[in-house]
Design a protein around this ligand. Structure first.
Ligand code: URA
Length: 249
């Protein structure tokens, strides 16, 4: 019961941020300043759960407007964080999104050292679908491993390798090429656990030297330039909304 209702309800800071007003940190500040009301009463707790469809949230007395939905593909460069602000002052993807007129959030994460495709949107339902572990939207990465990997090692990834937080779902793996010391391979996973590809490779006794996400669902990186964005087409949005890998176990 709690789970079902929590899928609809969101914390107040998230409702404000998803309405396109600003970051969750900013939303918490506004709530603290008494600028936010829910169902006519001033709200004081940014962590309280509300249903954005039913509860009437106002900011400075004005109802939240429905922001125009925007769906972008960003080619995240290595070195950028997917968070809004970094206490250590490292670059974040928001520096690459200055021209975007709406407040947007990344649908999923990429590690600081990973480059490649990141979906950025203000469409909560879209973001929730792409990041929901139950959706199993396939994501493909190009990996440079720190060692030459045998066919048996790659097969362990295909079979579903054991990780510290439970076995990974079976992955699609294709050897791209071997150099004198390194194996380059492509892997498609249907989960989005923390540092998953890196941990899968570490479970083989190697390390990831380079990681690039090249595909999400049916969307390929194509000729998008690094650090740049492009709008998804309505067809791509529709396809991603229904993208779902078969549940293999
Ligand atoms: N797997 C990782 O290890 N890192 C990422 O950024 C994405 C997938």
């Amino acid at each position: 019961m709690v789970q079902a209702s929590n899928r609809v309800k969101k914390t107040l800071d998230r409702i404000l941020s998803r309405a396109g007003l600003g970051s969750r940190t900013e939303a918490r500040k506004w709530i603290g300043e008494g600028r936010v009301a829910v169902n006519g009463r001033r709200a004081g707790n940014p962590d309280a759960w509300f249903d954005p469809q039913r509860d009437r949230v106002t900011f400075d007395g004005k109802p939240l407007r429905a922001a125009k939905k925007i769906h972008l593909l960003l080619y995240k460069p290595k070195g950028y964080l997917t968070t809004y602000k970094d206490p250590q002052g490292r670059p974040t993807i928001y520096e690459l999104l200055k021209e975007v007129p709406e407040w947007v959030f990344p649908a999923g994460r990429l590690d600081q050292d990973t480059s490649g495709l990141l979906l950025v949107t203000n469409d909560t339902a879209f973001g929730d679908h792409v990041t929901d572990p139950e959706s199993h939207v396939p994501k493909t990465y190009l990996v440079k491993a720190s060692a030459l990997l045998s066919e048996e090692q790659l097969q362990r990834l295909r079979d579903g390798i054991e990780l510290s937080d439970g076995p990974a779902r079976p992955a699609e793996v294709r050897r791209v090429r071997d150099s004198a010391r390194f194996t380059f391979f492509e892997i498609t996973i249907t989960e989005g656990r923390n540092r998953q590809v890196r941990r899968m490779v570490e479970a083989l006794g190697a390390k990831v030297l380079k990681l690039v996400r090249t595909r999400i669902g049916g969307i390929e990186i194509g000729d998008l330039e690094i650090g740049k964005t492009r709008l998804l087409t309505p067809q791509e949005v529709r396809a991603l909304k229904s993208a779902r890998a078969p549940v293999s176990r």
